[in-house]
Design a binder for this molecule. Sequence first.
Ligand code: CMP
Length: 201
Amino acid sequence: MTDKKERTLVVIKPDGIQRSLIGEIVKRYERAGLKLVGIKMFVPESGFVEKHYLLDPGWKESVGKKTLEAYKDKGLEHPAGDDPIKAADTIIEALKKYLSSGPVIAMVWEGINSVGVVRKITGGTEPLTSDVGTIRGDYTIDSYKLADVDGRSVRNLVHASGSPEEAKNEIKLWFSEKELLDYRLVQEAILYDVNLDGILE
Ligand code: CMP
């Protein structure tokens, strides 16, 4: 499949805005060759945050499992024991507080493999272990443990859709059709055209 119009949702969370990282974050997706097709800034309500994370019926299970595994890898015991749903319930409550605490910037990025490209540039969920060179690895230092001790969310600067299917559902929740623009970007000729025959005069 070569879907040059694959779209993905990125949300710069309140910590990203407060750290004055808007430009840095946008720059990284932009310079990779992705096209920005929608953008807006607002303060999400806590009910909206819950709706966003629970769009995927498997979200609780997967985020809970990931958290418990991260604890196990570090030889730590999670307060929820071995129940991923219990761990996820605590996480969702903290997320509602975190994301509704101030303005966020929601964006839709378009391009071939945009979901995977954005996740690669963003880095893994936990900043402590996300790779150097990624947004989360380069610009912040939070960990699951620190967040849990303080009873809050992991502050990891951005949210990025996990799969093309998830992206479709999330974009539908965050944007109306008319807020998303179809337009041509000059650089697409270089990224996607078979023949580079428009360069020489
Ligand atoms: P995000 O990529 O938006 O997906 C779910 C969010 O939940 C994640 O980023 C973190 O902000 C937060 N999160 C995930 N796991 C934990 C955890 N174990 N403790 C606190 N917050 C978490």
